[in-house]
Design a protein around this ligand. Structure first.
Ligand SMILES: Cc1ncc(COP(=O)(O)O)c(C=O)c1O
Length: 409
């Protein structure tokens, strides 16, 4: 035995050392000021349930209660999810241009778990993945902990956050393992047109790069916009589309997500098998909710979704109307999801140097929390979550207005 084992020398793994959540790292620097008496208004957490105004539909609770009382849904579900749940998801999302069989669906621990499996099956250490900038920070964290290089394609605020497709194309090389597209987007609230999605698909097709399409905000789109599942627009590009209950059904804590494997001409045969193998490692979401999925997908009334969208839309209108007149802020009108990016014209402020400082001072002086764009790899913007109720939003924007007036040159 070498002398190396003569004492305790325990080091954390390479994976743990790579694990980094930029949101936590930045948010942890934001400190509450104990001397501010104004109530705290948090516009930073993408959880629609925290204000009490976005509630789950009673039919969804009933679907779960039915399973709870049946005593039939307490055992280990199959590794890739119960057949009934996979069948329900396949049927709800199948269209002639993108057919899905139950075996094309895999249940996962939230959409996050689904994304993790997609990265695990497509990317090896040393490859690269194309990610949106600004983008949801989990993507970069997943890449980093797998020693996969993140290459960023730019989203353009002046084009409603469409991707710069030419720049995206320029990033692709021999080692590119996937392009990740998030539509509707967190943090941008953008919803892509058919033409734009087709332009991205054209690049993927030209270089034979598969797509991971994060569609967790599917159908959460405002009047005048339309959500196109990416897989319905191609007969050649293979796509792993991910979704879940978190946002559309307003139950992020239930941790139910799924992968829909859209093979094209058999090119995903190995990936399909690989995902089913990966699913064997950790069982997916809990058995009760899985058992309730067929009822949840079939029986949630359309009025529930309509009312969610109406509330979000009203909040967007209020937010844009309140923020647009504030000199120094440039809100970008969202078309869906639950977020809004607001540009900061830093040069107009006398004592604020960047978005992180803007957020820190806003919290310190006004007790309003918003995430600096830095959390999404996009400086000089802030991201607002627009799910608070009207009164709280109005109060927050009033405080932001006063804050900007105090700090403007
Ligand atoms: C774009 C995006 N993808 C995935 C997720 C993760 O979803 P889940 O809570 O189901 O893991 C989120 C959560 O905020 C998100 O914004």
């Amino acid at each position: 035995m070498s002398s190396d084992r003569s004492t305790w020398k325990i080091k954390s793994s390479r994976t743990a050392n790579q694990a980094h959540n930029p949101i936590r790292a930045i948010v942890d620097q934001l400190k509450l000021n104990p001397n501010v008496t104004k109530s705290l208004i948090s516009l930073s957490i993408g959880d629609p349930t925290i204000f009490g105004n976005f509630n789950v539909d009673p039919s969804i609770n009933e679907a779960v209660a039915k399973q709870l009382n049946s005593y039939q849904a307490n055992g280990y579900p199959p590794a890739d999810g119960t057949l009934q749940a996979r069948k329900a998801i396949a049927e709800a999302n199948s269209v002639p241009s993108a057919p899905l069989a139950p075996s094309d669906v895999i249940l996962a621990n939230g959409c996050s778990g689904a994304l993790e499996m997609c990265v695990n099956v497509l990317c090896n250490e040393g490859t690269n993945i194309l990610l949106p900038r600004p983008g949801f920070s989990l993507y970069a964290s997943l890449a980093a902990t797998r020693f996969v290089e993140a290459k960023y394609y730019n989203l353009l605020p002046e084009k409603n956050w469409e991707a710069d497709v030419a720049q995206m194309e320029s990033l692709i090389d021999e080692k590119t393992s996937a392009i990740l597209v998030n539509n509707p987007s967190n943090p941008c609230g953008s919803v892509y047109s058919r033409e734009h999605l087709e332009a991205i698909l054209k690049v993927a097709e030209k270089y034979h790069v598969p797509i991971i399409s994060d569609e967790i905000y599917c159908d959460l789109v405002f009047e005048g916009n339309h959500f196109f599942p990416m897989a319905t627009l191609t007969s050649t590009v293979p796509i792993l589309a991910v979704g879940g209950l978190a946002k559309k059904w307003l139950v992020p804590g239930w941790r139910v997500g799924w992968i829909m494997i859209h093979d094209r001409n058999g090119v995903f045969a190995e990936i399909n098998q690989g995902l089913h193998q990966l699913a064997q490692i950790i069982l997916g979401p809990n058995s009760l909710i899985q058992a309730a999925i067929p009822d949840i997908l079939e029986k949630t009334p359309a009025s529930f979704f309509e009312s969610t969208i109406q509330q979000l839309q009203d909040n967007v209108k209020l937010s844009v109307e309140a923020l647009t007149p504030i000199d120094g802020l440039v809100p970008v009108n969202p078309q869906g999801a639950m977020y809004m990016m607001v540009g900061i014209e830093i040069e107009k402020f006398k004592d604020i140097e960047n978005d992180v400082q803007f957020s820190a001072k806003l919290l310190d002086e006004e007790n309003v929390v918003c995430l600096p764009g830095e959390c999404f790899n996009y400086p000089n913007f802030i991201r607002l979550v627009i799910t608070a109720n009207r009164g709280r939003l109005e109060e927050a924007y009033q405080r932001i207005n006063e804050f900007c007036a105090r700090h403007r040159k």
